[in-house]
Design a protein around this ligand. Structure first.
Ligand SMILES: Nc1ncnc2c1ncn2[C@@H]1O[C@H](COP(=O)(O)OP(=O)(O)OP(=O)(O)O)[C@@H](O)[C@H]1O
Ligand SMILES: [Mg+2]
Length: 406
């Protein structure tokens, strides 16, 4: 069962502790964070995308009303409940005008608290359900984006970034997100998300002739973070069953139902990868500060340029803090391309998350690396839209040589 995720903002530690205690036995509610003032509340709401924020009115740095107004604008999916003491009616009115959904008068019982949280959460769900079909129905307003994470070097962090980006896209937008593992031979997405797929892309392509978006849905695995996943074949030899035209059909069908389609890829240009690159709105090309990687990425940029994809490329520097030898500026000069996002090196967080099968944007939301992923996510949200027109039709499926010299 998905829990209702609650952020508590109150400057009195005892009150926060008390709320935790009151909610302790509610199985469907989880306190995911505590903020000591309004400013911290805004920051944490952006970071955690809680379902409900319990907000005190009088707080230092930034008061609860100003914080309510900022959160309503920046994290519209979070329903805010104001906690006031008797006699703050005037403030209550202001808080409701700032976007609060409900209020609680202190002191409250655990039943009152839990009921209010459930009530605003359910209302918010209904509100979204009403809004969603109108958004999906008007093709003009829906603007699905395909984001491919690519690199011409293995082990540079493609899967790590693809997985965390997909989850962060859902956290930040609450739109429909699907992650497609196109590393067909050795895909790691399922293991990184700790999902056990019953059916993978290799079973899916057996039904390609009658495939529609509804049937496709049956092959996607739901992850507890809220995203869907299309996993890679269970064995490397099944990879060959999946062709470029299958990939084209699958990605186009996913566009009917999903807002963000994140594609993880292997480290080489093969036909299925080329098709994903053709159909992408945005290509995140990963690089690290090592000479062999830089050399290969330089070649990749040349090829992407020849294929007319360079305009869609954003260069992402992974393990950016490992600048022992090569400096970022030198690399940018050598590649003649600017780095758009820096992801720091943080083996401790990454490995802990991988071993638990939980993306670090969920297990370690306060880490610098999670913060960097959220910045990359904002960049993707801003850029995907503008680049829409650049997502080309898929070229006739053929290999890299034929394309370069064709
Ligand atoms: N920013 C980072 N800090 C520390 N370790 C990282 C970072 N990014 C990735 N790693 C580690 O590097 C290794 C390779 O990462 P990952 O599997 O994501 O790369 P990949 O490009 O998908 O590899 P492959 O080409 O094999 O599919 C993993 O052990 C991962 O935990
Ligand atoms: Mg990988």
């Amino acid at each position: 069962m998905e829990k209702i995720r609650v952020l508590v903002a109150d400057d009195v530690a005892e009150t926060r502790e008390n709320i935790r205690r009151l909610l302790y036995f509610e199985k469907d509610i989880e306190v995911v964070g505590e903020a000591e003032n309004g400013e911290e509340a805004v920051r944490m709401a952006e970071k955690l995308s809680p379902d409900v924020v319990l907000m005190d009115i009088n707080m230092p740095v930034l008061d609860g009303i100003a914080a309510t107004e900022m959160i309503s604008l920046r994290v519209p999916t979070a329903a805010i409940v104001i906690m006031s003491v008797q006699g703050e009616q005037e403030y209550l009115k202001k808080a409701m005008m700032a976007g609060a959904r409900e209020y609680l008068v202190k002191p409250f019982s655990s039943d009152e608290l839990a009921d209010t949280i459930r009530k605003v959460y359910q209302l918010e769900q209904k509100r979204r359900a009403v809004l969603a079909p109108t958004q999906a129905g008007t093709s003009e307003r829906r603007n699905p984006k395909i984001i491919t994470v690519f690199s011409t070097k293995g082990g540079v962090g493609k899967t790590t970034i693809a997985v965390n980006l997909a989850v962060a896209l859902y956290q930040q937008t609450r739109k429909k997100v699907v992650l497609v593992d196109l590393d067909l031979q050795f895909g790691d997405v399922a293991i990184m998300l700790n999902v056990v797929p019953k059916r993978t892309i290799s079973e899916l392509v057996q039904e390609i002739a009658q495939l529609d978006s509804e049937l496709l849905e049956a092959y996607l695995v739901s992850h507890s973070s809220g995203i869907k996943v299309l996993t890679a074949p269970l064995r490397p030899e099944y990879a060959e069953l999946v062709t470029a035209s299958h990939v084209e059909k699958i990605l186009n069908l996913l566009k009917e139902n999903y807002d963000y389609i994140v594609v993880d890829t292997p480290s080489y240009f093969q036909e299925t990868t080329l098709t994903a690159l053709d159909l992408s709105n945005l290509i995140l090309l990963l690089v690290s500060l090592e000479l062999p990687t830089i050399k290969n990425v330089k070649l990749a940029l040349e090829i992407l340029d020849t294929l007319h994809h360079k305009g869609k490329v954003k260069l992402v520097l992974n393990r950016s803090s490992n600048d022992i030898g090569v400096k970022c500026a030198d690399m940018e000069r050598s590649l003649n391309f600017q780095v758009a996002a820096h992801i720091p090196s943080d083996g401790r967080t990454v490995v802990a998350a991988v071993n638990k099968g939980i993306p670090f944007v969920i297990s370690h939301p306060g880490s610098k690396i999670a913060e960097a992923i959220r910045e990359l996510t904002s960049l993707v949200i801003e850029n995907g839209g503008r680049r829409r027109e650049q997502a080309a039709e898929s070229k006739e499926a053929k290999g890299i040589l034929a394309r370069l010299f064709g």
